[in-house]
Design a protein around this ligand. Sequence first.
Ligand code: CA
Length: 736
Amino acid sequence: MKRLAGICMTLAALGAAGIEDPVRFADPFVGTDNTKEVSNGNLYPAIARPWGMNAWTPQTGPAGQGWLYDWKDRKIMGFHQTHQPSPWIGDYGQFSVMPITGKSVFGEKDRASWFSHKTEQALPHYYRVYLADYDTTVELTPTERAALFRVTYPASDSPRFVVDALDKGSSVEVDVANRRIAGRSSKMNIRGNERHLDLKPLDCWFVLEFDKPFASVEVWNGKKLEKGTSFSGDHAGAVVTFAPTARGESVHVRVASSFVGPEQAARNLRELGDCGFDGLVAQGRAAWNESLGRLDAADGTEEDLRKFYTCLYRTLLFPRQLHEYGEDGRPIHRSPYGKGVLPGRYYCDTGFWDTFRALFPLLAFVYPERDAEIMKGLRHCLEESGWLPEWSAPFHRNCMIGQNSASVVADAYFAGCMDDDTARALYAGLVKATCATGSLISTGRVGYDEYNSLGYVARDGATGGRQSAARTLEYAYDDWCIWRMGTALGLPKAETDIFLARSANWRNLFHPGHRLACGRAKDGSWDPKFSPIRWGYDFTEGTPLHYTWSVFHDIPGLVAAMGGERAVEARLDEVFAAPPHFDGSFFGGCTHEIREMQIAGFGQYAHGNQPIQHMIYLYDYVGAPAKARHWAHEAMRRLYKARPDGYCGDEDNGQTSAWFVWSALGMYPVCPASGEYALGLPLFGRVDVSLPHGRRLAIRRKAGAGTPSHAWNGKREERPFIRRKDLLEGGTLTFE
Ligand code: CA
């Protein structure tokens, strides 16, 4: 489409002006202080390039248990290359490195060193820490597929470097003459019936090059260190010892990895160039500033700038590139579906159930050239596996619900992020999933036959009584997305009308007495134990009170069903005012999501999880925009902090951060595929958004009194909504 063509040419013009060096406000430690009972983000400090294939994190917890880094830990056991999207999904393409001195040791606990946060510094593109037990300072800076370490040793006659390829099948090979270690790791967390699939973890080939010769080499054979230069087995590793170091002597380690093969890993090393450590740090800083600087915020507090750019940094990590650049410079990727190495780009490590809501709309709006690449990657996923992904890491994972790829694809389509051919291919994939299932709950629509015949997924049907109402609500919205995209593609009404009809299926589960969504059996009977505060059962990680609002595409219809605008306004008020009582019987107690709601001081409003995150903006639909402004600001102020316990639940691949970014801009995509944003009130007095074609959107907040209003290019509007189409023309949006 037209927009795509001009994007590349105008990239150079973007980010030209702006707040100086916004990356300095982004804090990777925010969200890293967690327990299994309460998530404050469940994040690790991801040191990476925007959408980079590999991220690096200091490692304070054992590999494979999900929590790689916790703020409360006092020892570092390695520096870990990671692809983990969430502790609940786990990692793959991973290995660890660690400098030590003195006795030669290997195991995670044996090699761990005391450290202090006071010696730790992290920016998205740079990390530094002092390892006290080894009197050694480690710095690292990544590119998209490689990283450079600068390790500054003390005066030592035994400066060493540990490479841990982890268990579950790995190998190492040390090339002493060329100061090189090559290896392979394949450790991955695979759950439940994912094991029944014919899918194997992607092998990760890695290579390290050192600028100091090895004096001696040992390998880890899974049980102990032994003399030798190679090992292949369940758990391989190596410890190389350098010639003695003088105090303050730095050793540089160039690291890269590949899913394509060992030669490609060596090719990926070229990303590091020859500009040296400080030169690469400057490149990383510039890369982040280009992406972060597209939203140029000013006239706010330092704390708000820190929250804003930290959230924006988290928004620009996922989905990750899985593709690499081959010898001829063209993108290639290892198919996660066992189809070998194929041409083209591929993105993964995201759960659409979370990210369709705010993250993908932000990409479509502000980073359309990236969204266009992601859409091409989705097409590869469809061609290689037969399905569009709902949760990919790197292949389909057996979790969550809905067919929210429909929202992601339709929104990108309407934002001009795909050519007609890609649009038709993706559309066909969406339609296929409306009447079929694969071997996982995330391929196709679980319960599609009931949904298509009865008009809802039955609580005693295919899902075995689980999540039936949540599935129905999301399928109905997804059907609306499919209808809208099919219509825009010019497909015959005879084909698309069915999706419009099904988009009204949410009504079939709307209980006229409770005036909330309620599970229903095949015979039409309602859930006899219905309670608005009962988590789980027919709903997903939430209650009827959280989920009923998920009629993104027909809020006026929902408002009418609930008894009109005043009734809905009162119900929304009640969500915040009610005590945080809960029924966790489905889970046998209190899950972390329930606890996060209970302790937040927001009543029944559960911002720590995704289903309700658009609810605040529903005040706009019932003539109470002042309340949308009020609660959006309360949530930004009270539920987000620029500190390690800064989030109010799982951050989830950029979604909870993207909520903040949108809200700070004074708007929110309640119904992503509609291309219309509900308005709140900007956090900053001024935000300039760099748009394609060199256009700029100026967002301004001015003091005023009376009814909230906004003006678009000077024209005052009472209705608190604005269309992306208008914003993309560039202009000034003023809030009063
Ligand atoms: Ca979540």
